[in-house]
Design a protein around this ligand. Structure first.
Ligand code: NAI
Length: 280
């Protein structure tokens, strides 16, 4: 018995990196997988079917079932086309993993509007469009569903030189929380993963210097996605799960205890005076 026997899953950007690992594991666990990948380079340039085709071939060679889809998640037609390709091939939909992504790192002072828009379009708008298209199907099917998004510590904590990417990933955090609330009554859970893994996206980062794929490769991320996509996580929604190699943890937004002023609004000077208490 596989953890995902009989399930149909869409995994965006699963022609390489973390998404590919998700697709291979989901298929090993019994899911039928729609392998979506635009086939672009890591900055969003170019496109092609080879990456998705290769993963589909790997899944089939191992005895699983999969279909390739080459649409961009960043457009309405692409997101709808992807959901329809899964439905056409497998007749239903149970799971969506929003994973597709690109990088166009620049400091805010040097960032073009196009670099901002493209990164936000692929990550945040792509997650919204695929989520919406899938949720419409989940609603009609009436059997719940699972959505696993992909945020980043960059989006949760900020990161130098990633104003576009951090904004998009921060938006995915908020979208995950909101979708979890809105879809609860449909029995659809929505969670997000904040991964750290050595892939083509991160291969030149200083933090991975000297580390091997065995120590921090995408194989550590996929089991967390499989867990959140499975019946084991039926009662878990709205959480942000960090995965860094063998370490799995949760990110939580905190609110300080703060201070309350008696007798009406604060003055700026009073806020300054009691700042330590407010921030504690
Ligand atoms: P990757 O570059 O290997 O994989 C991303 C995949 O998305 C590529 O195969 C690419 O062709 C595909 N893609 C790009 N634009 C697309 C579009 N418009 N439509 C469909 N597919 C598209 O990178 P990696 O590392 O596997 O990243 C996967 C996800 O994990 C991304 O969302 C990334 O932001 C996120 N992430 C990765 C981290 C890491 O340490 N590798 C850290 C934090 C987040």
């Amino acid at each position: 018995m596989g953890l995902l026997d009989g399930k149909v899953a869409i995994i965006t950007g699963s022609g390489g990196g973390i998404g590919r690992e998700h697709a291979l594991l989901f298929a090993r666990e019994g899911a039928k997988v729609a392998v979506n990948d635009l086939g672009s380079d890591r900055h969003g340039g170019g496109r092609g079917g080879e990456m998705a085709d290769k993963v589909v071939a790997e899944i089939k060679a191992a005895g699983g079932d999969a279909v390739a889809n080459y649409d961009s998640v960043a457009s309405r037609e692409g997101a709808d086309g992807l959901v329809w390709s899964a439905l056409n091939k497998f007749g239903k939909l149970d799971i969506v993993v929003n994973n597709a992504g690109i990088l166009r790192d620049k400091t805010i002072l040097n960032m073009s509007e196009q670099d901002f828009d493209l990164v936000v379009d692929v990550h945040l708008k792509g997650t919204f469009l695929v989520t919406q298209a899938a949720a419409r199907v989940f609603k009609v099917q009436g059997k719940g569903g699972r959505i696993v998004n992909t945020t980043s510590l960059s989006g949760l904590l900020g990161n130098f030189g990633q104003g576009n990417y951090a904004s998009a990933k921060g938006g995915i955090y908020s979208l995950t929380r909101t979708a979890a609330m809105e879809f609860q009554r449909m029995g659809v859970t929505v969670n997000a993963i904040a991964p750290v893994a050595l892939t083509r996206m991160t291969s030149d980062l200083q933090m991975f210097k000297g580390m091997t794929p065995e120590q921090i490769g995408p194989q550590y991320i996929a089991p967390v996605a499989a867990f959140l996509a499975s019946d084991l996580a039926a009662d878990i929604t709205g959480t942000i799960v960090g995965v860094q190699g063998p370490k799995v943890f949760l990110y939580k937004m905190t609110e300080t205890e703060g201070a309350t002023r008696e007798g009406g609004p604060w003055s700026a000077a009073e806020i300054k005076e009691r700042w330590a208490e407010i921030a504690r």
